[in-house]
Design a protein around this ligand. Sequence first.
Ligand SMILES: *Cc1c(COP(=O)(O)O)cnc(C)c1O
Length: 425
Amino acid sequence: MTRSEELFEEAQKYIPGGVNSPVRAFRSIGTTPRFIRSGSGSHMVDEDGIDYVDFIGSWGPMILGHDYENIRDSVMNAVGRGLSFGATTEIEVKMAKLICEMVPSIEMVRMVNSGTEAVMSAIRAARGFTGRDKIVKFNGCYHGHSDGLLVKAGSGVMTAGVPDSSGVPAGCTSDTLTADYNDLDSVEALFRGNPGQIAAVIVEPVGANMGVVLPQPEFLPGLRKICTENGALLIFDEVITGFRLQADGAQGYYGVTPDLTTFGKIIGAGMPVGAYGGRREIMQVVAPLGSVYQAGTLSGNPVAMNAGYTQLTLMRDHPEWYVALNQKADCFFEAIRSLLDKYGYPWQLNHIGSLGCLFFTDQPVTDYASAKTSDTKAFADYCNFMLNHGVYLAPAQFEAMFISMAHSEEDLNWYLEMAEEYFRR
Ligand SMILES: *Cc1c(COP(=O)(O)O)cnc(C)c1O
């Protein structure tokens, strides 16, 4: 038995499924998790001493790689001054100002502790601001695990959502309407069917939780137009895309301005941080200025703020890093595509910037329904092969692959060599 297997047995006695977040259990690839002991740059080492090239980067936050020196130093310095005060600190002001400077659509921002909290709070603010209750989300988009957003796909565009999890009362999702990604007609139909009742449309500007699904050119501008015409707010959930595609996120990349934006992942550099922000007049509804209550004992935690502030400052000060990262990732993903062509596999590769996903299907993937055509057994086989050859991929088909600044040519070539070995079999 490996040390990871031993630990997993022990973990299952005390933690549901042995994990603190379900995807870490590796169930969808039919194996058990590797317990990670440490990480450095683009590599992780597990409790058995096995080294992996890491292609999840903590699901996004580690855009600079693990144990980045400046970030470690700023965290250590903050730790030396006390972990938490439940009182305001200067770093919170610096962080808020930095986010407002980096993302022009944001005039005010509130820090929270996770992406889930950010989205939940942004929706409350949108409802408070508009005085409306209903929201529109897209099938296959993930916005955290709060009750109202756990609505499964496939319930039909005209029907109110049904909960995707037990323990969620139907009443909590009855105001959640679902539309199809890249399908503006499905959104328009919801607005026609619920006139004057929709507070907001929330969308991942690049779908990154059904694998990676790119917005078609008319999709995001179309959403902007529909929301404006109907007095609804447009919320971009940039928990993954924020500070990843470029310094001002997907909204900068696509040139579409949302009313509210949510962040997580990169914004905390590996610490538990989320944020939501937007136009001043909207954010002014949040307490203590306005009547929308939202609070947090550890929100704006100084250690977490220092980690995130250092990472964001580095990214802001080095615009050339984004150029280099995106070029490196483009070359890498195109090399995977060449391998697929060379060995005659019809699989789909969707990618943008440092995000990519290989779908085991011959159909173009443009939404949840087409993503679901992927052969998840074939994915599991591939993922296990790669894991056993030192390549740590997301252990589930419908997740993104994350390239970081720390990935060297050697790291990426290792992936390509192992993939070729797999495809050649
Ligand atoms: C990860 C994610 C969330 C949830 O963030 P947590 O920090 O896991 O709560 C929300 N939205 C998107 C787009 C995400 O990728």
